[in-house]
Design a binder for this molecule. Structure first.
Ligand SMILES: Nc1ncnc2c1ncn2[C@@H]1O[C@H](COP(=O)(O)OP(=O)(O)OP(=O)(O)O)[C@@H](O)[C@H]1O
Ligand SMILES: [Mg+2]
Length: 319
């Protein structure tokens, strides 16, 4: 198991208790923190990711909460629950991870969002290891990442992802570079519905969403309409996410101007649109350019039909 080469996580009760007692004062437990505990027993089960300079790792771990007055033996009979640990070394990673913890503490503390659209936040811990200052963000394990780019999935699932992201916006946070790496998915045993959750808020920003995100109202009420203008859909981060999820039909482009899709997929029709560069008018290269744009859009539509006809399941195993 990973961890042998970097045995920095507190893996026994005493060590964890010591780490807990050195909790970062700047990340004090708030009323929003969902779990009050005396100690945790943690068994690391999977190494999920490692950043480029090996200063930050994400682990999956099995955890048993030990209540006040309980012995480790008593705890052994308790049902474990899974957590995800984001572990960072040194001051730069401490600042990075602490920022994410602050987002969870400040913005994701209501029952409308925590555990529904983002994982439950269980705390931020600070300790000294032979790597130096070590910071651990503990989150509820919200299941598994997507195996394919977002656009490959069914329309229903992509809409659920966008609505989960909208809940994050409504809570006052935006993820400017949202992509499928920010999505994990779970399925409750015995249910058929896949539930997406949004993760990784280290680069998130406080945000007042320009979209009116009303309770129980879908952000995209009608999918596969032409991409709306910013007057109609004013939040550019949500707009980029909707485009990434291919919820709107793409725009055709002709020399920097937008052209309706039904014209842009036909090179002859595209050529009837004015060419703003006089030197290119009547030029044979112009037709090649129209064909290339039409082909780009036709390929988009071809792929869209293919993925909609046979979307992959968001999880490739059943609980
Ligand atoms: N609460 C969670 N439940 C389940 N899986 C999670 C959770 N949080 C993170 N993950 C998984 O771990 C991966 C890495 O997490 P995250 O992006 O937050 O860390 P990171 O250090 O930024 O990693 P990377 O550099 O790979 O993006 C996520 O893409 C996701 O698959
Ligand atoms: Mg990440």
């Amino acid at each position: 198991m990973f961890g042998r080469s970097r045995p920095v996580l507190p893996t026994n009760l005493e060590e964890f208790r010591r780490a807990r007692n050195r909790r970062d004062p700047g990340a004090s437990q708030t009323a929003s923190s969902p779990v009050e505990f005396e100690s945790l027993i943690i068994d690391v089960t999977e190494h999920i990711s490692l950043n480029e300079d090996r200063s930050r790792s994400v682990y999956r771990a099995s955890t048993v909460v030990v209540g006040l007055g309980q012995s480790q033996e008593e705890a052994g009979s308790l049902r474990p629950f899974d957590v995800v640990l984001k572990v960072g070394y040194h001051k730069a990673q401490h600042r990075y991870i602490k920022r994410e913890a602050e987002i969870y503490e400040k913005y994701f503390c209501t029952p409308e969002i925590k555990g529904q659209h983002v994982p439950n936040y269980l705390g931020l811990f600070l300790g000294d290891t032979y790597e130096g200052i070590t910071t651990v963000l503990v989150l509820q394990d919200s299941a598994f990442p997507l195996n394919y780019p977002l656009e490959h999935y069914s329309l229903d699932f992509r809409l659920d992802v966008i609505n989960a992201l909208a809940a994050v916006h409504k809570a006052g946070v935006t993820l400017p570079d949202f992509y499928e790496g920010n999505v994990v998915v779970k399925k409750w045993p015995g249910q058929t519905h896949y539930v997406p959750m949004i993760v990784d808020f280290a680069c998130a920003c406080p945000h007042t969403c320009e979209l009116e995100l009303k309770e129980d109202e879908d952000v995209v009420p009608e999918p596969y309409i032409p991409e709306p203008s910013t007057d109609v859909f004013p939040c550019s981060d949500m707009g980029d996410a909707c485009k990434r999820a291919q919820l709107w039909l793409p725009r055709g482009y002709w020399f920097g101007t937008t052209v309706p899709l039904h014209d842009a997929i036909d090179p002859d029709k595209l050529l009837t649109h004015p060419c703003p560069e006089p030197s290119l008018r009547g030029n044979r290269g112009l037709r090649g350019r129209a064909i290339a744009e039409a082909n780009r859009l036709r390929e988009w539509l071809r792929n869209r039909r293919k993925w909609d006809a046979e979307p992959p399941a968001p999880l490739d195993f059943d609980d």
